[in-house]
Design a protein around this ligand. Structure first.
Ligand code: NAD
Ligand code: TYD
Length: 355
C-alpha cells in the first residue's frame, strides 16, 4: 500500500482518485482536514475498500508510525501542507508548524519504520515529497526558467517553509540514506481547487457578480499546469525517478495573471453569458498588491521529459476550458466548501485592499 498525506486537498484528492482508477494498489490517506481539506472531493471512493481515510496530523509521529507499520507501506507521497501564500502573510505560524515541523516528524516516523525493513523492502521504499517552484524565488522577464540547480531564494513565509521542508528531505537522504524523491511543480489548476486561489476565486466571483480582484498591475507571470498532468508526473517520478533526485514539473504555459482572468471571462461569456449581455471582464478590479509579490515563475521541465519521458497532456487552452466546465457543473461542491471559515478569510484578505 501507499500512504498519501494531504489527500483531501486539491492536488492530493486528484492524485488519490486517479491512483485508484489506474492502479490496483490501495491507498491510506492521512489528512488533518483543515479548511482546505474536503472529504467531498473523495465522495466517489467513499465505499471503495482500497481507500482508507485517516483524519490526523503529519506532525503526529506515533500515528504516522502506526500507519506505516499497520499497512506495511511501501511508499509515502507527501502532499500535506499549508499552501496559500496570502494566508502565510497573514499568519505564518501554521506554515512553520505543518510544512516544517510536520514534514520533520513525518520524516522521523518514516526513518524509524524504514530502518527496520528487510533489505529488499528497504531499497524499494520511496518517500516522495511534493514541493513547489516558489522555493526558487522570482524571475525577471528574460531570465531562463528554473532548473533543478537554481539557487533557493524563497520570498514568502509559504515558500520559505516549503524550502525548509525540501532541505530536510534532502538531508534525510544524504545523512540516513532514506530513498527520497522531490518534485518542484509550478501553479496547478483544475477540479477541486479551493476558491481562495486565483482561478477558482475568479470563476466563482464572476458567477456571483462580485469583483475579480487583480493584485497590483496583473502582469505577474505564473506557469500553469493542469492538475492531472501533475499527478501523472508524480506517478512517473515515483515509479522511475532516481533516488535522491529532484524533478521540476511544469506546463510550459507562462501567463500573466490578467491574461488568465480575461481568458476565464471569455469562456464564461460563451458558456454562461451574463444576464445583462455584458462581459464578465467588466467585473475585473485592480486592488492593492500582495506584499513581496513574486513577479515571475517559470519551470524548465526538460529533465523530467528527457530522463523519464513525462510530458503534459493538456495545453492551457484545453485545461482552462475543462476547469471552467467543471466549476459550472459543481456549484454544489463550491457552496459547501465556501461556508464558514472561508467567509472570514475573504473579509480579512480583501477588506483592507484599496480598489
Ligand atoms: P491544499 O491546501 O489544497 O491541500 C492541503 C491538504 O493538506 C488539505 O487536505 C489539508 O487538510 C491537508 N493538511 C494540512 N495540514 C496538514 C497536517 N498537518 N497534517 C495532515 N494533513 C494536513 O494544497 P494543494 O494545492 O493540494 O497542494 C498540495 C501540495 O502540493 C502542497 O505541498 C503544495 O505545497 C504543493 N504544490 C501545490 C501547488 C499548487 O499550485 N496548488 C503547486 C506546486 C506544489
Ligand atoms: P495564487 O492562486 O494565490 O497562487 P500563488 O500565489 O501560489 O502563485 O495566485 C496566483 C497569482 O494570482 C499570484 O500572482 C497572485 C495573483 N492573485 C490575484 O491577482 N488576485 C487574487 O485575488 C489572488 C488570490 C491571487
Amino acid at each position: 500500500m501507499i500512504l498519501v498525506t494531504g489527500g483531501a486537498g486539491f492536488i492530493g484528492s486528484n492524485f488519490v482518485l486517479e491512483w485508484l482508477a489506474v492502479s490496483d494498489e490501495a491507498v491510506v490517506n492521512l489528512d488533518k482536514l483543515t479548511y482546505a481539506g474536503n472529504l467531498q472531493n473523495l465522495a466517489s471512493v467513499a465505499n471503495d475498500a482500497r481507500h482508507v481515510f485517516v483524519r490526523g496530523d503529519i506532525a503526529d509521529f506515533d500515528l504516522a508510525l502506526d500507519l506505516l507499520n499497520k499497512y506495511k507501506i511501501r511508499a509515502v507521497i507527501n502532499f500535506a501542507a499549508e499552501s496559500h501564500v496570502d494566508r502565510s502573510i497573514h499568519g505564518p505560524e501554521d506554515f512553520i508548524q505543518t510544512n516544517v515541523l510536520g514534514t520533520f516528524r513525518l520524516l522521523e516516523a518514516v526513518r524509524a519504520y524504514w530502518s527496520q525493513l528487510a533489505d529488499a523492502e528497504k531499497s524499494g521504499f520511496r518517500f516522495l515529497h511534493v514541493s513547489t517552484d516558489e522555493v526558487y524565488g522570482s524571475l525577471r522577464k528574460d531570465d531562463p526558467q528554473f532548473t533543478e540547480t537554481h539557487q533557493y531564494q524563497p520570498n514568502s513565509p509559504y515558500s520559505a517553509s516549503k524550502a525548509a521542508s525540501d532541505h530536510l528531505v534532502r538531508a534525510y537522504h544524504h545523512t540516513y540514506g532514506l530513498p527520497v524523491l522531490t518534485t518542484n511543480c509550478s501553479n496547478n489548476y483544475g477540479p477541486y481547487h479551493f476558491p481562495e486561489k486565483l482561478i477558482p476565486l475568479c470563476i466563482q466571483n464572476a458567477l456571483t457578480g462580485k469583483p475579480l480582484p487583480i493584485y497590483g498591475d496583473g502582469q505577474q507571470i505564473r506557469d500553469w499546469l493542469f492538475v492531472t498532468d501533475h499527478c501523472a508526473a508524480i506517478r512517473t517520478v515515483l515509479a522511475h525517478g532516481r533516488v535522491g533526485e529532484v524533478y521540476n514539473v511544469g506546463g510550459w504555459n507562462e501567463k500573466a495573471n490578467i491574461d488568465v482572468v480575461n481568458t476565464l471571462c471569455a469562456i464564461l461569456d460563451e458558456l454562461q453569458p451574463r444576464g445583462d449581455g455584458k462581459s464578465y471582464a467588466e467585473q475585473i478590479t485592480y486592488v492593492a498588491d500582495r506584499p513581496g509579490h513574486d513577479r515571475r515563475y517559470a519551470i524548465d521541465a526538460s529533465k523530467l521529459e528527457r530522463e523519464l519521458g513525462w510530458k503534459p497532456d493538456e495545453t492551457f487552452e484545453t485545461g482552462i476550458r475543462k476547469t471552467v466546465q467543471w466549476y459550472l457543473g459543481h456549484q454544489d461542491w463550491v457552496a459547501n466548501v465556501v461556508s464558514g471559515d472561508y467567509q472570514s478569510w475573504v473579509e480579512k484578505n480583501y477588506a483592507g485592499r484599496n480598489v
